[in-house]
Design a protein around this ligand. Sequence first.
Ligand code: URA
Length: 265
Amino acid sequence: MSEVTPDIIELARRYLSQTFEMEGQGVALENLTREATLEALRAMPAESTDSGSGCQKSSSTGTRGGHSPGISDVEILEAKDFEVLSELVARCTRCSLHEERNRSVFGEGAIDARVVCVGEAPGAKEDETGRPFVGRAGQLLDRLLLSIGLPRETVYICNVLKSRPPRNRDPLPEEVEACSPYLIRQLDIIQPEVILAFGAFATRTLLQTKLALGRLRGRVHEYGGYPVVATYHPAALLRNPAWVRPTWEDLQIVRSMLDGDRAHA
Ligand code: URA
């Protein structure tokens, strides 16, 4: 076991926010392996690793209090399968969104999916049913996926946030930080061939950029070793039919990647 120095603890703390820079599955942060990171997180006092409310200010040691008992980053990253992970999401109080939600929305689809679709956050219908993308935008999403030969049940569908922001307001950075480990673990369990990011929010979160979606779509990016194709959110297409064509082109990129055409990569 490696010695748990303050440096390693600091590295471990940055692990989650920097996973966007991870190269491959096993390495994070300047040669610190995933195992060493988890070990360092485990060695920290419980109150320092509990994420508590993402909406509370972090202390200098990174403790975020407010809600208890919190689910720690380690618990999430070590969840052995979707059953365990979805139970964590169902009782999650890591940010204040749990106070107003009716149901958390973990995600659904094929565990061996080649494509993972990532949206922003549940809306009213999703909050009511506990299922992702089941409202009008979801129906359009289903049709878009079918247009490239992917019936809904063959992909995996989830969101950056697992709880609905009140009145569908934009997610707050602390909510994203609190919820991101779930998405990271979902992706690591599925290990998709392609991540399809729908909308500016999911795209910017995954790619850690502030660039406009119009500048990010149309090519292949990378997140944690997985190829990412970004395109317009189905809800935006309902408002802007002119974006249907570029969305269709983005979906063709996904199709050709699945068909083994590496020209886009
Ligand atoms: N919009 C999203 O981003 N996700 C959903 O699940 C529904 C609507």
